[in-house]
Design a protein around this ligand. Structure first.
Ligand code: FAD
Length: 526
């Protein structure tokens, strides 16, 4: 290591300018710390991004990754960082989701539980009642694990421990059901509770957003329903990039710095403690603490050779990142007219525009088949796919009278058996066939499209497996076991901390891992 006297020195250097890195930086700068965020790409935001990415359609905004604000509303980050004063505006999503059944009917998911039950009563009165009970049980699970989710698992504090104990006591008689929701497969939970295929598929579709529904603890994916029916879902006015933009603006107002096109090649450590980071350009940036706001595997492997015990490197290398072999890929399509969900819209007897919610399609068998095929490295047969038209909720995202379509096939192979080079065209063709069946005017209106497969996302954002939550969702990778036991709190190098989706409490756009990392760094620098 060579450090010249002209090199810069900071209290904290943050590796990765995703929204978690930026959130951490804002909290620390507000505490008077001298911080810098280093981002290897040309833009801040990571997976919380939106941009004009289709050359033939320069005014159609593309969400390359995240679109929905799900965990954001329950997170204090937006309020703490005063992001509304820096241009962040959230549009409530209502209805937030809609399941599209094969026969043209649909089930809308509103924030209001009774209204959502009403949608299910069309198929089965018993299931409508069961849904109310299901959400009630999920709320109990949320109340039990919720306090811990917002806290630092390495130092939860008495208030959080007390709230958890009180919830466990209050729901003592529901213990078995709560444990079942936390540990069982989503598939079993759905089969246990619902009888009609449409209701089963509608509910299961949510859990599929967090990974294979057949695996133990996939029921955790139903937390999305807790968010939907408690805080509600939202979209960002002007697109997801407004989140990192608002954070950058807040950070600048506090004197914090950001640097893009600044790939960190080494987290420099000496005698078991961090000293700073070295950029690809060779520049050394001194820091008393470093936050790995990129993927945890990437962060730990950046530490100077020999400074991290082998067992921790192996442990982090073996954390599951889309380990089950499935992942979404993205197709965004610019349209020169309005997307119409023709068959399903006709069947709606109310004024819901199906372009507004995120729509999901796929029977129980189809969802399972998609994950099984992906695990074998094969393409699925039928549509388990999500579609959204972001320009319906926010017309500023496309020219007047036109739309941008967000297509999210939820369970494709991460590494197709024949490689993505061969699998790309058939995958896109398959998804476009499904899309045509739902939005028949898509071909006529298409101006251009952007496709990003898992391998491309992996390379673009330096995220192993292209994993959208960095480390797979499971009860065994939660709290003090996220990303792995021994790596959720104090890291094996003094002054190094994780603040990314692979760290507690987990993935999604919430800013919470960044907030927790900042709190740890503050304690460390005291
Ligand atoms: C297709 C897709 C759809 C999604 N949809 C939603 C959704 O609708 N709602 C939701 O809440 N969540 C969604 N997510 C998940 C959510 O976007 C992520 O979990 C979250 O944004 C991760 O944030 P992060 O800051 O922890 O990490 P990231 O966003 O991954 O940011 C890490 C940053 O580190 C940078 N980096 C990596 N290596 C280095 C290095 N060596 N030096 C410097 N910088 C480096 C990367 O370039 C990146 O910018 C989606 C994700 C994907 C992929």
């Amino acid at each position: 290591m060579s450090t010249s006297s002209t090199d810069k020195n900071y209290d904290v250097a943050i590796v990765g300018g995703g929204h978690n890195g930026l959130a951490a930086a804002c909290y620390l700068a507000a505490d008077g710390k001298k911080v810098i965020v280093l981002e290897r790409t040309e833009k801040l935001g990571g997976m919380a991004a939106s941009d004009y990415l289709i050359p033939e359609a320069p005014n159609h905004l593309v969400h390359s990754c995240a679109l929905e604000l799900a965990s954001w509303q329950g997170s204090p980050v937006g309020r703490d960082l005063k992001l509304a004063e820096h241009g962040l505006e959230v549009i409530p999503s209502e209805p937030a989701y809609a399941y599209l059944h094969d026969d043209g009917s649909s089930i809308c998911f509103f924030k209001d539980i009774a209204k959502t039950c009403g949608e299910m009563a069309k198929y089965s009165k018993k299931d409508a009642q069961a849904y109310g009970q299901f959400i009630g049980d999920l709320f109990k699970m949320g109340a039990t694990i919720g306090p811990m989710m917002g806290a630092d698992p390495a130092k939860p504090g008495l208030k959080v421990i007390w709230a958890t104990l009180m919830a466990a006591r209050k729901f003592k008689s529901d213990r078995d059901e709560i444990l079942n929701l936390m540990t069982n497969s989503a598939l079993s939970i759905v089969e246990e509770r619902f009888e009609h295929p449409a209701v089963q598929a509608a509910v299961l579709g949510f859990a599929g957003g967090a990974g294979p529904v057949m695996r133990d603890s996939a029921g955790l994916g139903f937390m999305l329903l807790v968010m939907l029916h408690s805080t509600g879902m939202g979209r960002v006015k002007g697109g997801m990039a407004k989140v990192p933009e608002a954070m950058k603006s807040r950070l600048s107002s506090l004197g914090g710095e950001t640097m893009t096109n600044a790939q960190v090649d080494e987290i420099v450590a000496e005698k078991g403690a961090v000293r700073g980071v070295r950029l690809e350009s060779g520049e050394f940036i001194g820091a008393k603490a470093v936050i790995g706001a990129c993927h945890p595997k990437v962060a730990l492997n950046l530490v100077t050779d020999g400074e991290v015990e082998r067992k921790y490197l192996k442990r982090v290398d073996n954390t599951p990142c889309a380990q089950h072999g499935s992942s979404p890929f993205k197709i965004d399509i610019a349209l020169n007219g309005k997307a119409v969900f023709e068959h399903h819209q006709k069947e709606r007897k109310d004024d819901v525009n199906l372009g507004w919610p995120t729509t999901m399609m796929g029977s129980v068998e189809t969802i399972v088949e998609n994950f099984e095929a992906a695990a074998r490295g094969e393409l699925p047969e039928k549509a388990y796919c999500w579609w959204t038209v972001p320009s319906v909720a926010d017309p500023s995202q496309a020219p007047e009278g036109e739309d941008i379509l967000y297509v999210y096939p939820a369970a494709f192979p991460v590494r197709p058996r024949d490689g993505w080079k061969k699998a790309r065209k058939p995958s896109v063709d398959l998804v476009m066939d499904w899309t045509r069946a739902v939005i028949p005017n898509v071909d006529k209106l298409e101006i251009g499209r952007r496709v990003e497969t898992a391998d491309q996302l992996e390379e673009r954002l330096n995220v192993p497996g292209g994993s959208y939550v960095h480390v797979d969702v499971s009860i065994l990778r939660s709290a003090m076991m996220r990303p792995a036991a021994g790596l959720s709190g104090e890291l094996p190098v003094k002054g190094l901390f994780f603040g990314n989706a692979g760290a507690p409490p987990g993935g999604g756009v919430s800013g919470q891992p960044g907030r927790l990392a900042a709190a740890r760094v503050k304690r460390f620098l005291k």
